[in-house]
Structures are given as C-alpha cells and as structure tokens.
Write a protein that binds this ligand. Sequence first.
Ligand SMILES: Nc1ncnc2c1ncn2[C@@H]1O[C@H](COP(=O)(O)OP(=O)(O)OP(=O)(O)O)[C@@H](O)[C@H]1O
Ligand SMILES: [Mg+2]
Length: 386
Amino acid sequence: MHLTRLSLTDFRSYVQLDLELEPGVSTFSGPNGEGKTNLVEAIGYLATLGSYRVATDAPLVRRGADRAVLRAAVTGAQGGTLVEIELNPGRANRARLNRAPMPRPRDILGALRTVQFAPEDLALVKGDPGERRRFLDELLTATAPRYAGVRADYDRVLRQRTALLKSAGSKGHLRGAARESMTATLDAWDAQLARAGAPLLAGRMRLVAALRPHLTAAYEAVSGGPSGEVSGMYYRSSALNNNDEFDDVAALETAPLEKALLQALAGVRASELDRGVCLAGPHRDELELFIGGLPARGYASHGESWSLALALRLASFALLREGREDPVLILDDVFAELDAGRRDRLAALVAGTEQVLITAAVPADVPGVLAGARFTVRAGQVTRAG
Ligand SMILES: Nc1ncnc2c1ncn2[C@@H]1O[C@H](COP(=O)(O)OP(=O)(O)OP(=O)(O)O)[C@@H](O)[C@H]1O
Ligand SMILES: [Mg+2]
C-alpha cells in the first residue's frame, strides 16, 4: 500500500500541511527541529493510534490549539481509503473512515499499515521489558487489528484488579465474613484477568514463533553475512514457568493458557496482597533476545545491539508483507546512526518496497540506491525539491 496524500491541521509544529505523495522513495531533509519527525510521527499515529515519543495525546496538538486533525489517503489492493482522526486531548478522539464516523478510533486500524524505524529503536534491545512488550503488541495489532481490543480489555481488567489488590492489602486485618467476601471478589478478578490475558498471551507466543525465522534472516543480512553470531528470540511468560506443554505454538489454544494463568495467579496471591501489584500475566512477560547464545541486553556490543534493533524492524516488515501487500516503510533519521556497511545493506534490503519515507538532517547520509522524490522541511513548510 502507499499514501497519496497527507494533511495535518495543528499537529505538533504544523499549522496546516497538505502533501502529495507517490509510491517509491521520498526523502525529507532539513535542519534539526524543523518538523521531519513530526511528519512521519503523524503517519505512524494514523497506523497505530500511538506514538513512541509520548504516552498521551496532548503534546501532539500544536501549542495553543485545542485539537489536531490528521488525514491520509491510502491506496492499496482494496482501492483507495481516506483515514482521519481528530485528537481532542482530555476528551474522546474521533475517527472517520471514508468520511463515515467510526464508533471507536480503533476501528480505523488496519486501513494504513506502517513499519517505522527510529533512533529510539535501540531501546528495543537495551531498554526495559516494557519496550519489547509494546513492540510485540503493536506488531500483533498490525497483523490482526482485533488485538487492539484484546489488549484494551486486558489493560482494563489489570487496572481494576490492581486497584482491588491495593485496597485488599491495606485491609489485611479483615476477619470472618468480610475476609471471605474479599477473597471471593479477588477470585472473580483472577478469573477475569486469566480470561482476558489468555488470548493476548496466545497471540504474542504465536507472533514470536512466526517472527523468529525472519529475525534470524534479517540479523544475518544486516550484520553482513553468517558470522556464527546467530540471533534468537524467546518469549518468557511470567505465568508459564518454562512449561514446555506450550512449546508447540501451532497447537496453542487459549483454554489451557487461561488455566495456567489462573494457577499462576493463585500461586502469587499472598505476595500480591503484600505488595499491592499484580505479579503474573502478560504485563510481566519478557521477550528475550539473544546474539550468539548470549542475552543481547547486558552482553551485546553497541553495533550488535543496533543490528538487532534493525533486524527486529526488518523482520516485522517481512512478516507483515508475507502474502499481503507491503506496509509503508518509514525510516526516521536512522542512516545517520549507522556505519557505511550497515547503511548500504539496509538500503539494499528496503529498496524494492512499494513506498519508503525517509527523513534525514543530512541528505548525504542516505545511500544513493534510495534516490527518489526529495522534499525539504523548513519552518512548518514541506516543499518538493526534486
Ligand atoms: N505540540 C507542539 N506544538 C508546537 N511545536 C511543537 C509541538 N511538539 C513539538 N513541537 C516542535 O517541533 C519541533 C521538533 O520537530 P521534529 O521532532 O519533527 O524535528 P526534526 O526535524 O525531526 O529534527 P531532528 O533532525 O533533530 O530529528 C521542535 O522544535 C518542537 O518544539
Ligand atoms: Mg527527527
């Protein structure tokens, strides 16, 4: 798929932007702080309803304005689609698909699919487990938009159960009927958490299995050939304790996972009440990454970590295009971070993609094979330069 038009109103530094785009490569260059990342961030938001740069929508609205509007025309195998979202910080956002209002913003997910590389991707390898869970859930939603609902349900139950644990913990002195009633309430929430968590867990485990061969191939391609330093990934669930009953993901079903989650929750109940936090479930899981048999986090060199981060994005891209149309590929300021060898190999890997959008402060950092349309970004204006 590819974007043919992007229009932004009061998004970040843009008062109003109307941009025509073509398939193939487009490069956006200009000095630091002029709005290059803001531009691709808007595209990523239309695809994922989020941005890795912020946890809330408020910073996305231009300072002084009270709402932002993002609009994109997408051409894909199904024809043309117009995707729109209005950001109203503090109130509900509104989304439209082909001008028809949608009941919920997440109903537009899937209309635009992107894979975005950014300097912050290094945190996928070096950062906290939360970074990798977010990576998995975002990719899961890109492969099947219904996972946005699965994730939202789980988050809601988790929040409510955690609140209950906190209040129950502070009432440790409860006796008799009051204590029994609290226990029964917690049991009910355990059941809900297990029911909401099992499909998320199953989705992530299947995703990791599907992604693994792509990751191995991509790491080899980025790092420059088979060096024996093979990369690997492994999903470690806080609830399954290396239970090899679940190793065969092809046969994975949610019912046994739900049961395993319930058991795990029963096992940690006492410490949960002590600490007032929920100690088992997909929100405590880890995606472990390895290079040459060693955990990447804490062992990999800076260059190896970069190669692995790039490989994770390339693997995502390979998975998303498997049997389907290409997602839009976004490379935000990544070439400046890479040595010449990695630059050229990355460029060669992405050159044939239906649409590639690249930002760079220094255009010379972008390898020649990625010649295409050139735009300059300056003072809130984006102009075609060649
Ligand atoms: N909500 C907002 N309202 C107004 N301006 C904003 C808002 N959010 C960000 N900006 C401004 O946008 C600019 C950052 O733009 P952006 O991150 O797109 O830069 P860039 O061109 O990618 O730069 P670099 O080359 O350094 O990556 C900053 O000057 C910032 O102050
Ligand atoms: Mg930038």
